[in-house]
Design a protein around this ligand. Sequence first.
Ligand code: NCD
Length: 295
Amino acid sequence: MLTNKSLIAPSDFTLEEIEELLSLSERIIQSPERYASVCRGKLMASLFYEPSTRTKFSFDAAMLRLGGNTLGFSDPNTSSTAKGETIADSARTIGKYADLIVVRHPKEGTAKLMSRYADCPVINAGDGGHHHPTQTLTDLLTIRHYKGDFGGLTVGVCGDLKFGRTIHSLVTCLARYENVRFLFISPEELTMPAFVKEELNANGVPYAETTDLEGTIDQLDVLYMSRVQRERFISEEEYLRLKDYFILTAEKMELAKPDMIVMHPLPRINEIATEVDNDPRAAYFEQVRYGMFVR
Ligand code: NCD
């Protein structure tokens, strides 16, 4: 039972619970009108200490379409944080008003900290370069739509694997399914962090690391692209040097399997050329739609 449970990382949910959520999302997609008032009288607080378009709007849209209400901020300068209030006190306070807190914060661990102090469940909408579990649920629903199942897939994740929280959440979650294999495609400066690799090693999940997208794209069933996370770099120079390292073009897509899908959590900067958008294998805008249903 998922009621009253916080969600900080995908590992907070068992595979059965994830299955329950994905099936429920599919039922909502089938007949949204049946769910139009299931959250009547409920209030969701969305606290965005970092910029967001899709995540914030999809949470808000989901709550409103389920008949509930939302309150919150997308500019922390308008909250008491600007006066120096601690996260713990903000959680204690907001938890007294709302039935659910959704929080995005630049600092790793913030959602977990809030969940210790709030009287209501907390959903992590992204904590620094750590985790982003509801994006993973979005990604799983998308993969299931296109591929039917998660087992047996070769999944390539490409771009900023060091700071990409959506990637950390997706890889650690998909690794729990049978027979999934990963290719980590990144510049040497942005390889997958140890906390992810250790988890894969401990569970005997196969992965390989490469700097070569063109030479490996033909092996993939799913290619998950990501932007270089400018806001997490200490040096702007380093960001500028790495930002155009991988650009997926129509020419590279010619090397891929005819049924490989391309995903991206968005926002895209320039790592996928717009010419790829019309390729039937481009799944990233459909992926956006699933985000609202899963949330
Ligand atoms: C991602 C995020 O915020 O981590 N965006 C999103 O939630 N869809 C990816 C990103 O910002 O690069």
